[in-house]
Design a protein around this ligand. Structure first.
Ligand SMILES: Cc1ncc(COP(=O)(O)O)c(C=O)c1O
Length: 344
């Protein structure tokens, strides 16, 4: 059988042998009673790493963002977020469907940021009974749909200051915050220093099988714990899963740089092939986006699959390729070769 190289997402990563061993041996208890020592350890470790007071283990990034939104907003409140934000595009409208929260989008700039002027422009008038109440700002780092862009400490501080000035609660969708940190050689804590809360994923580039952690103040996490329960996300002996998350934080952060180097190598290889071009420039982190000039995207994806390369298209008719732990140098070479053959 042909070897298959899966570039669809870093979510396809499998747990490492160290994770499987830690899972088998994890000490567990009933986490809804706060009695799972491994979950408690993961939450404390995650919060310490991000310089926050407390953490909450949740099933997914989507749940982390939703729980944070429900904890910060009342029904009828409004959240400002980017048109290319995952929370707007790919979270099933959960904040509206389940929380009665209004989404107010503003454009992401090419570098993934939301401009302070656009944030200010999106504000409602709190004294006017006709209008929803602007309550929260969500910024995504890395910004996936803008090319996996790593947003700088300087920008994150500016966004936080804008939010504070406007009395907005500031949440970071940091599904890949450690990619952003490693790519810029800064501590992740510096990127979230002035935020009220942040969600990050254990189950993407960090390779854990399940889970994300929402971090924030003690009071906010207490409220979020209630929201997680409300959503049916109170898990019991979840230490089995948290054990893999602890290994992810201990062993898998520094190696993300390898994924970034491979993404740049892949982008260089693809940029040389005629009939296609990079749409989001040279990758900052682990994502490469290409557009085909005179070819149908779905036919090219089918052709790549026949050569053992899996990739996804985006809603802008691009192909997105993501590097991760299970993509080595051979996979990068095979991917470039497969594109060359299919594009001939
Ligand atoms: C930027 C971003 N935020 C949130 C999520 C949601 O994470 P999950 O798939 O764990 O719900 C994703 C998933 O790919 C993502 O890319």
């Amino acid at each position: 059988m042909q070897k298959c190289f899966d570039f669809r997402s870093d979510t396809v990563t499998k747990p490492t042998p160290e994770m499987r061993a830690a899972m088998a041996e994890a000490e567990v208890g009933d986490d809804v009673y706060g009695e799972d020592p491994t979950v408690n350890q993961l939450e404390e470790k995650a919060a310490a790493l991000l310089g926050m007071e407390a953490g909450l283990f949740v099933s997914s990034g989507t749940m982390g963002n939703l729980v944070a939104s429900l904890a910060a907003c009342d029904r009828g409140d409004e959240i400002i977020m980017g048109t290319k934000g995952h929370t707007f595009l790919h979270e099933a409208g959960g904040v509206s469907a389940l929380g009665g929260i209004v989404i107010h989008t503003i454009p992401n700039q090419e570098d993934g940021t939301l401009s302070p002027a656009d944030i200010r422009g999106a504000m409602r008038f709190p004294g006017d009974v006709h209008e929803p109440i602007s309550r929260m700002l969500i910024v995504e780092n890395t910004q996936n749909a803008c090319g996996g862009k790593a947003l700088s400490v300087d920008y994150m501080n500016r966004a936080a200051e804008t939010a504070a000035e406007l009395e907005l609660y500031f949440h970071i969708d940091g599904a890949r915050i450690f990619n952003a940190a490693v790519a810029q050689s800064v501590p992740a804590a510096a990127l979230v220093k002035q935020a009220d809360s942040v969600t990050f994923c254990l189950s993407k580039g960090l390779c854990a099988p399940v889970g994300s952690v929402l971090c924030g103040s003690n009071t906010f996490i207490q409220r979020s714990r209630r929201m997680r329960k409300l959503l049916g996300g109170g898990m019991r002996q979840a230490g089995v899963l948290a054990a893999a998350g602890i290994v992810a934080l201990d062993m898998m952060i520094d190696r993300l740089d390898e994924d970034h180097v491979r993404a740049r190598n892949l982008a260089e290889g693809l940029a040389d092939i005629s009939g296609m071009h990079l749409t989001k420039g040279s990758p900052n982190t682990n994502m490469v986006f290409v557009k085909l000039e005179d070819r149908d995207t779905s036919n090219v994806l089918k052709g790549l699959r026949e050569h053992g390369v899996l990739a996804n298209d985006t809603n802008e008719a691009e192909i997105r390729l993501v590097t991760h732990h299970d993509i080595d140098d051979e996979a990068v070479e095979r991917c470039v070769e497969a594109f060359r053959k299919v594009m001939q």
